[in-house]
Write a protein that binds this ligand. Sequence first.
Ligand code: 4AZ
Length: 591
Amino acid sequence: MKTSSLTWFMLSLVYVCIITATVSQKTCWDEKYTSDSCLKVFCPPWLRCVDGKCICKLPYQCPRNKTIGACSEGSKTFQSYCHLKSAECSNAKYRFSSESPCHGKFEIFLKNKNGEPTNKKGILKIKLPKQPSESFVCSEKWTITEANVACRQLEFSKGASSEVLQYNISENDEKQLECLQVTCRGFESTLAECTIKKSTSKRNKRAGVSCYKETIECEEDQFTCVNGKCIALNKTCNGVNDCGDLSDELCCTECENSFHCKSDTCIPNSYVCNGDVDCLSGEDEINCKVILKRPEAKSENPVSSVGDDEGNNAVNYDIDAETRLIKQSITSLTCGVAKEGHRRVKRIIGGKNAEKNQFPWQVAIKDGSKVNCGGIYIGGCWVVTAAHCVRSDQAHKYRIIVELLDRLAYDGDIDSFPVKTVKVHELYNPNTYENDIALLEVINIYNDPACMQVDNNLVAACVPWSPYQFKEGETCTVSGWGRAEGLSKVFHLKWGHINLMNNCSTIYKGRFFDKMECAGTYDGSIDSCKGDSGGPLICYDAENVAYLWGVVSWGENCGEAGFPGVYTKVAHYFEWISRHVGRQLISKYNI
Ligand code: 4AZ
């Protein structure tokens, strides 16, 4: 190829990439994701993820731990901050007050320069519970994040206008040095939930807000937040929650001055290595040399630029610490981690032989006397496979074989389970292979809650809850007893690395549908094949936890360059699976 044509080729490739990126950003924005969208963010512990939305937990579903309790504006006490937030989300009158036990009301006001009350724009004043007078808020560290919370507390649901106001205070105000320093996470409904410290400031400026009330169409050069607020386009994808509902940070192929999660969300740099997973696939908490815990309100010294007070000057209790405690006491599901004994090494056509315990979720489905399909153990008595592998009226014919490596050599050591029920997806279409997914429930032969895990090394693969956990270009692993090169028979479980691809709607025009995933290698050297069907395509997150990303479904022949294998994209079936097996069994987080 000549240099000039190579240049053109490269340029057009870049162009195609940019266009694809902008198109995918636009379709993502059309989804109207917000901080309530658990396909993009983790729900806080007082909410759970149902159908892609964080919804209120009932208060009793909060963990009963040794937190110090919390109290509402109406002076009602709750066992923990989680209990109070769950109550609040069904009834705003249970809004957080301040300290616990209740010490009275936490109030905020807007004032003009003469100290008269104003409506939506003014100097902010806070009246702490049991304090006779109101306090100013320091202008240092007062950002749009805090301003949004203040305006929400004042019942402006869209938060603050982007301008962050600072007001001069008069020179002769004798108390001018004192102010409260406020820092929030952004999801709070009142400033009482933020970290508040008494401080002094030599600057004669104090924080103010201008709350957003407009209901106008946004200009061309503005971004329309999901809550209707207009912000400058250059304020999207910078890790700052300008919208107040986070909608400006959730569809970003790149992030300015902030951290880019694989799921295309931007998080502030300060959330990286803070001991709390923020990216769906955990990449913000790996390779951390030191884990920086978020500052604790009661132990941290004031920031020097704000004043010269020393020691403990927090005026409310540490909600960040409490939230961390609550999160820790919500057990996350154990799945996707092989037991000790297998050291992970980084036709299946072109694959390698699997070692014992390398794929402890892989099962074989014996149909009469033959093994024609694979399956994946997901916990309890449940196995996922492809709909085209099974028939709902033939449960009695199947047996699930676990811990199988060699199809020819299975003996008394290897366990197998009879199948009780077969649930084929209601919308499975045998002509198009749409919704090619089925669930098998085995008979609990040991009558033990562990069901299929009694006395063996079987491990459940995690079920992904969001289609944003992995994306094109990532390397995942397929395994099975399917045909190898030249369609030769395979007896030992094989596996291979393949890449997720995003061009299958072009390759398989009219045959590739939304809830399918395609994966392969560019030269076709590694591929799934006849007999691998129903088996796992596993992707590993940043902490090496295995997720069942796909179920082997179909493809044009096997191992042909340019024709990747097609998989049922399991994340789209999270709700369907949880309806049958129960949410508890498969919700790793967000429960
Ligand atoms: C099959 O016939 C089959 N190369 C499974 C996977 C693929 C092709 C065929 C993908 O079960």
